[in-house]
Design a protein around this ligand. Sequence first.
Ligand SMILES: [Zn+2]
Ligand SMILES: [Zn+2]
Length: 343
Amino acid sequence: MKAIVAHAAKDVRIEEAPEEQPGPGEVKLRLATGGICGSDLHYYNHGGFGTVRLKQPMILGHEVSAIVDELGEGVEGLSVGELVAVSPSRPCRTCKYCQQGLHNQCLNMRFYGSAMPFPHIQGAFRQSLVADAIQCVPAGELTPGEAAMAEPLAVTLHATRRAGEMLGKRVLVTGCGPIGVLSILAARRAGAAEIVATDLSDFTLAMAKTAGADRTINTKDEPEALAAYSVDKGTFDVLYECSGAAAALVGGIAALRPRGVIVQLGLGGDMSLPMMAITAKELDLRGSFRFHEEFATGVSLMRKGLIDVKPLITHTVSLEDALSAFEIASDRSQAMKAQIAFS
Ligand SMILES: [Zn+2]
Ligand SMILES: [Zn+2]
């Protein structure tokens, strides 16, 4: 079987890799679709991000759907031939944070396609994958592409939970890549009354509008438009900061009303903060990282038709052309979510 392996920046290869057999509690999967995420792009373009560097070849990918091929001993609730969304999150379930229900903070997390630990955790962009049955959520009538959106959707559902009460709130989303646009869908589903989205790309802002943003602002073309929301100590109750850019965070904080909530999703490295404004307006600054039970919640919301991720999938390429998908996905003027069809 073939796998997509990152060796270094701009050196990603489609290589032959050994197939594994499922043990007790495991399933053998035939990959259907894999979505390219920002972190995959960092490995592809730069060989890592921040202090995280590729130190050995690593199979990329963590946003995948698959067909169940074979059940290991004792597996129930899944059947051969069905489509599943595969959660890339593999917490140990025994460390102190897992015991407290904070699985996304697991001390021994084995998240697919991550070079944070060494040896690196191999990813899921491979034609054949053995996973724990517990990672697999039946996707029913969803398309393989939709099912592969469960992971980024779960990230934004977790962020929405971190944001707290959403009903009737005024929401600002800064950064309209896939996480920003999915945040719009998640916030609306949770009851947000008004959603304003900012970015520097007209293409991603059009996507934000399609997803239901009431207003979009290109902060490069209209730098003053967001500032209007800063009058009388600010307007928005919640900020989803999805860009990881310090300028977006600073502009967003100015537009938050007193006691507003900042949910930081963007991973832009360490940023300096306007601490005086945070203090004086009594803002809550909350990080949000990965997810756990929200993965199955996301699949359920999609299956019920309560969240539609299909418009976000702008490109689907075959495994043979997978390397071109990384180039396409890197271009914010034309790509939202690029996916690889493995079969
Ligand atoms: Zn992802
Ligand atoms: Zn743990």
